[in-house]
Design a protein around this ligand. Structure first.
Ligand code: F6R
Length: 606
């Protein structure tokens, strides 16, 4: 998704902006650009990669204030002209914008009547013209930005440069993140801390409806009616090294391989061996309040939603509280009934996904109590929730989510243990789960050691036009996540079905050309799953089984055996071979593994 970087200081802005934009590449984009002020406004923008932009920037592109952008097309095709920054006709004001201006057509028509000439097809260009109109009269960029934004309907994170005021950049946020970075006699702003960590770890997140002016010697923040706001800087835990590939060929493989450590980090300090409970300091719930909830409703998008399905299963099994998960993108639009005795849990790796954020806001507006299970500290969703659990999985750079998925499932196991021990989960079962959680990192290592074996299977299965993924009950969200990983990074069509539903329709697809990946844990449903494998084999279907014991060759062509944990926790481990399978299939098919086509890392638009 689009990315913003801004700099004000005594150094040359262009290399800093280009470096920042490179750090945002992982989010997905199709064009890039930057603007600096050196007496006049100078811009460069290109369709393509940040490296193409760097090549197009002349060596004499000097100036200590600038803004940069990576664009992910929404209004208008990817092109040099549609790339940001956009400037007004007099080339005084430059703007970079993330988000969508909903009344852009109406504003464009009015501005055109007023004499503005538009050069791009974007909604964002109206901002440059609107701000330029006011800045002439007010001689205050802040005021011009506030005045312009009052006419705008939609979402935005913006950074604005005025050629006549070369010592400052004004930024504003409404639905699309902006974070300030505090340096030594220099200031930064960006849409993602990833762009800042090389320069500073002291950051300030803007709230929706908030603006800031950054200058070399500091910043101040204010609201749309010019009221000053007080902000406390946060220290970011991650440094620039977390954003490197660390010697791996792809971020995705690095992030899959980090899971023993990331799962250990999610667990650290949270498992209590004395009472066999979980310590979750951020929940902000008393035991009395915890007991009062009659339901748990989980929301998230994509893989976050599938990890929520694992979470719902864990909450029901360990706490015996009814729980279910739903895509946040659907939930927010269906005027949901919000109950006072339901606990809502929002999941997000980025903490920025607009649909999830909007669902949380809808819940809060209706008086719902919302916990966040979020990876990115200080992100919009984390701040919007009443309490929650941070994953501490470190930055996830590859577009496809892996380590955040497993850490979310682990966080749910902790939450379910916490609820369970407040309700009726016995100390013995509490101990069993605590011990199982502690075994996870070493067992993940064991699965990662099967990398070569899984790579061989991926090469064997990757050249099929489609694959079926099946699982029953605990195995079903695992199958959904496996199909999601395969389709998004290898572009092989993959469908996930509950194994029990196969004979109610999709069995018609089964044959030699449609292999099935079957999740077959050693649980009370093992015999049912084996029967389903028999049905597939009877129709000539090929089967790759992922489970806890070697497969009967009459029922499966291939098998990946994973270590057994406690039955409730097994889905976490069963997911990992599917991540590797998708990764190696994508490599075998020569895909852009970390930046799959059409996708962005965090989806900050509706
Ligand atoms: C899949 C994937 C997406 C995200 C989804 C939610 O691999 O990465 O499906 O899980 O867009 O993103 P977050 O968790 O950032 O809210």
């Amino acid at each position: 998704m689009c990315g913003i970087v801004a700099y004000v200081g005594s150094k040359d802005a262009a290399p800093i902006l280009l470096e920042g934009l490179q750090r945002l590449e992982y989010r997905g984009y199709d064009s890039a650009g930057l603007a600096i002020v050196n007496k006049t406004l100078r811009t460069r923008k290109v369709k393509g990669r940040v490296a193409d932009l760097a090549a197009a920037v002349p060596a004499r592109f000097k100036g200590g204030v600038g803004i940069g952008h990576t664009r992910w097309a929404t209004h208008g095709v990817p092109s040099d002209v549609n790339a940001h920054p956009h400037v007004d006709g007099a080339e005084r004001v430059a703007v970079v914008h993330n988000g969508i201006i909903e009344n852009a057509d109406e504003l464009r028509a009015k501005l055109t009547v007023d004499g503005a000439t538009f050069t791009s097809e974007t909604d964002s260009e109206v901002l440059a013209h609107l701000i330029a109109r006011t800045v002439k009269d007010t001689d205050s960029l802040e005021e011009a930005v506030r005045t312009a934004l009052k006419r705008v309907v939609g979402t935005y994170g913006i950074a604005v440069l005025d050629a006549e005021r070369p010592g400052e950049v004004v930024v504003a946020r409404n639905g699309s993140p902006i974070v300030l970075g505090i340096g030594e006699k220099e200031m930064f702003a960006a849409s993602d801390v990833a762009a800042l960590v090389r320069y500073t770890r002291q950051v300030v997140h803007l709230e929706d409806g908030e603006l800031a002016t950054i200058k070399a010697d500091g910043f101040h923040t204010f609201t749309m009616d010019a009221t000053e706001t007080a902000k406390e800087p946060l220290t970011v835990d991650w440094d620039a090294g977390h954003y490197d590939t660390g010697g791996y060929e792809h971020y995705l493989l690095k992030e899959i391989s980090e899971q023993p450590e990331t799962v250990a980090r999610t667990l650290r300090g949270r498992v209590d061996d004395r009472f066999h409970i979980a310590h979750l300091g951020g929940l902000n719930l008393t035991p009395h309040e915890t007991r009062a909830f009659r339901r748990v409703k989980i929301i998230g998008c994509g893989s976050a939603y599938y990890s929520g399905q694992i979470g719902a299963q864990l909450v029901e099994e360990l706490a015996r509280i009814p729980a279910d998960a739903e895509p946040a993108s659907e939930f927010r639009y269906r005027n949901p009934v919000v109950e006072h005795d339901t606990l809502y849990v929002a999941i997000s790796q980025s903490g920025e996904t607009y649909d999830t954020l909007a669902a949380v806001q809808e819940l809060k507006r209706k008086g719902g109590r919302v916990l966040g299970i979020v990876n990115t500290v200080g992100s919009a969703i984390a701040r919007e929730c009443d309490g929650g659990i941070y994953l501490h999985a470190g930055p996830e750079v590859s577009v496809a989510s892996t380590k955040a998925f497993t850490s979310t499932a682990v966080a749910f196991a902790l939450l379910a243990l916490h609820f369970g021990r407040v309700h009726d989960l016995s100390p013995a079962d509490g101990r069993r789960i605590c011990e199982g959680l502690r075994r996870l990192p070493a067992q993940i290592e064991e699965i990662l050691a099967k990398d070569d074996e899984i790579a061989g299977l991926a090469r064997k299965y990757a050249d099929h036009a489609g694959m079926m993924f099946i699982g029953r009950v605990r195995g079903y969200p695992v199958a959904r996540e496996g199909a999601q990983k395969l389709k998004e990074i290898s572009y092989v069509h993959a469908e996930a079905y509950p194994a029990s539903e196969l004979k109610h329709g999709p069995l018609a697809l089964i044959g030699p050309d449609m292999p099935t990946v079957a999740i077959v844990p050693d649980d009370e449903l093992l015999d049912k799953n084996l029967t389903t494998l028999g049905e597939i084999r009877a129709r000539g279907g090929r089967v790759l089984m992922v489970g806890h014991r070697a497969a009967d060759p009459r029922l499966a062509d291939d098998c990946v055996v994973v270590p057994k944990n406690e039955t409730e926790l097994d889905p976490i481990l069963l997911t990992i071979p599917l991540q590797l399978l998708a990764y190696h299939a994508a490599v075998a098919l020569d895909r852009d593994v970390d930046k799959p086509r059409n996708l962005a890392k965090s989806v900050t638009v509706e």
